[in-house]
Write a protein that binds this ligand. Structure first.
Ligand code: ADP
Ligand code: ZN
Length: 605
């Protein structure tokens, strides 16, 4: 049988013309029988790297994935494109599983998805011995790493693959950036240096933005109603209680919001996740329990009402936005309380000295990101060891440059005020002293008679809170682990003595009212369409898609991505031939849905 060219498969099955930058060499490597460890950011297109070789090589591609809940959607997506795919996991009955396994040995499939615990059973391995295998793909390969946050013991056993099936090519894939994890995965899975393919980690379509917290809820609402009316997105909160409250409040504001956290009943949790994936317009409000392996390509925003745990976590969480490559927003609301809380958490941690030091560093990196007056993308990528020249043009600091000033005098006043009041108060008390406002407590403490009382008239209360926040973030102030009182750290000394100058940022004034910042935060999908008529047309296509998805019980995006609908709106194809030219329309989908979408296009225009 003549072997089909990868590019031809790309076009015929997936409806795409060109490979993305890093896909082709990886695909070539596997087709020729080699191994690959692929590090690519979310949304870069990892799946095609094993799907296409699996279709081209003889035999079935076995995909090992820890995300059982996702397998069905992944397989549904492939079947929509006409690929012979199936999955085996604990959601199937014993009979169903056996049928798939037998089909696999018969050669009925191009791809079979399987959970790692199933793969390593003796019975499954015996099946594999009787099967012609095209390749093994190990998805979420960082789960191998014992030091990583997603460690899965059953992933450790995957080294059996190279021992038992030495002639079958293996590809391991992950979006996790850090080098130690990378090395551990490579070693464990028997990959050599030349097998490693690293892509850059930049997510160019994501617009990063950090707003200074005044009233988080109304800031969130204003962000949503200005930029994301009708969009799907994720709002992250730190605690379960806050998740529930925020979701209920958003519902009250007319937003289709659903809560998700580990304390919810399992069934309810699954239902909410399902709704998020299967319906348009749902906003999920969640703790970090949500999101691992969410494949939904049209998540238009990720909002953080609280700080993430680290910059890695932030990158991963925000990375769930915009997998389809269309513009998406990563928005975070950050204030004095967040900086204090996170410092306290490290103080409280029971970890040993060495570990604490690492935690402090991670935390400083995170706070540094929040406080930076330079390009956020540059700061973020530098953390992962990647150079970026800055000036990305797609983050808040690039779009609306932050004003900084020589804040040495302000820092000195703020710090000596901490000293004079006995190093045990928080920012709001301290700010009041500086601007010369003494309440009952301050008078009782005699703080209306100290030398720093009233010396800070040049700023208001918010201004001083901002100064304190920046000093905490910069590590010039320590935070008491119980009461949150501020005290001077070693780093404060050179500032107080004037040996070191300090640059401070002037926070943007909070924007009141909803329309004020329109257009600045990155467009929603609707805003990508210029004419109102075309926006209606887009909605007509979305409705047609939803109906098809409902009938088959699959997520809308497995029918067509937003991106594909958007191209239809722009190109207005009038024949099946023209429709076939739209990215994302492969042969099978053209045959199944072509006429339906042509009809929708012509009826609405
Ligand atoms: P990852 O697993 O790396 O997060 P996916 O494999 O889910 O990414 O791909 C992300 C999106 O990019 C999908 O919607 C996929 O259809 C699309 N995509 C992948 N490769 C290409 C390509 N060569 N041309 C156009 N779109 C592509
Ligand atoms: Zn930038």
């Amino acid at each position: 049988m003549p072997v089909e060219d990868p590019k031809h498969v790309l076009e015929r099955v997936f409806g795409y013309r060109e490979f993305r930058r890093d896909q082709e060499p990886i695909i070539e490597r596997l087709i020729s029988g080699g191994n690959a460890l692929v590090l690519m950011p979310t949304g870069a297109g990892k799946s095609l790297c094993y799907q296409i070789p699996a279709m081209i090589r003889e035999g079935v591609g076995i995909v090992i994935s820890p995300l059982i809940a996702l397998m069905k959607d992944q397989v549904d997506g492939l079947r929509q494109a006409g690929v012979r795919a199936a999955y085996v996991n604990s959601s199937l009955t014993a009979d169903e599983a056996r049928d798939v396994e037998m089909g696999m040995t018969r050669g009925d499939y191009d791809l079979v998805y399987v959970a790692p615990e199933r793969l390593s059973t003796q019975s499954f391995l015996r099946r594999l011995d009787e099967t012609r295998i095209a390749l093994f793909a190990i998805d979420e390969a960082h789960c191998v790493s014992q030091w990583g946050h997603d460690f899965r013991p059953e992933y450790r056993k995957l080294d059996l693959l190279q021992e038992r099936f030495p002639s079958v090519p293996r590809i391991a894939l992950t979006a996790t950036a850090d080098t130690p994890t990378q090395a551990e995965v490579a070693k464990h899975l028997g990959m050599g240096e030349t097998d490693i393919f690293v892509s850059g980690f930049d997510r160019a379509n994501i617009r990063y933005r950090v707003v200074s917290k005044s009233s988080a809820r109304s800031q969130l609402l204003s962000f949503l109603s200005t930029h994301h009316r009708g969009d799907s997105g994720i709002v992250y909160c730190m605690s379960r209680a806050k998740v529930e409250k925020t979701a209920a409040w958003l519902q009250g504001e007319g937003i289709d919001a659903l809560p998700y956290h580990a304390g919810l009943d399992q069934r309810l949790r699954e239902k909410h996740q399902q709704e998020f994936v299967h319906r348009d317009r749902v906003v999920i409000v969640a703790t970090i329990a949500f999101g691992m392996g969410i494949d939904k390509p049209d998540v238009r925003f990720v909002a953080h009402l609280d700080l993430p745990k680290s910059l890695e976590a932030y990158y991963q969480e925000t990375g769930r936005a915009g997998r389809d490559g269309l513009p998406a927003n990563a928005w975070m609301c950050y204030g004095y309380g967040d900086a204090v809380l996170i410092r306290q958490m490290v103080e409280r941690s029971q970890a040993g000295e060495e570990r604490k030091r690492v935690e402090h560093q991670k935390l400083s990196a995170l706070l540094g990101y929040c406080e930076t007056a330079t390009c956020r993308r540059q700061v973020l990528l530098r953390y992962f060891g990647e150079d970026h020249s800055g000036g990305c043009g797609n983050c808040d600091t690039c779009l609306e440059p932050v004003e900084t000033y020589d804040g040495t005098v302000h820092a000195q006043k703020a710090l000596s005020n901490v000293y004079r009041t006995g190093q045990r108060f928080g920012a709001s008390y301290l700010a009041a002293i500086l601007i010369g406002e003494a309440d009952e407590r301050a008078r009782r403490n005699g703080h209306d008679r100290i030398s720093t009382f009233g010396v800070g008239g040049e700023l208001d209360r918010n201004g001083w809170t901002s100064v304190y926040r920046q000093l905490v973030a910069a590590g010039a102030l320590d935070v008491d682990s119980e009461h949150g009182g501020l005290s001077l750290s070693e780093n404060a000394r050179p500032l107080l003595s004037g040996e070191r100058a300090v640059e401070l940022r002037r926070d943007a004034k909070p924007v009141r009212g909803s329309g004020a910042s329109r257009g600045k935060s990155g467009p929603s999908v609707q805003e990508l369409i210029a004419s109102p008529g075309d926006r209606d047309l887009f909605e007509v296509l979305r409705a047609a898609r939803l109906e098809l998805a409902r009938e088959q019980g699959v997520p809308p995006y497995v029918i067509f991505h937003d991106r594909t609908l958007l191209e239809m709106v722009r190109g207005k194809p009038a024949s099946l031939d023209e429709l076939a030219g739209i990215a994302g329309v492969g042969a099978t989908k053209l045959e199944r849905y072509g006429q339906i979408f042509l009809d929708a296009l012509s009826s609405a225009s």
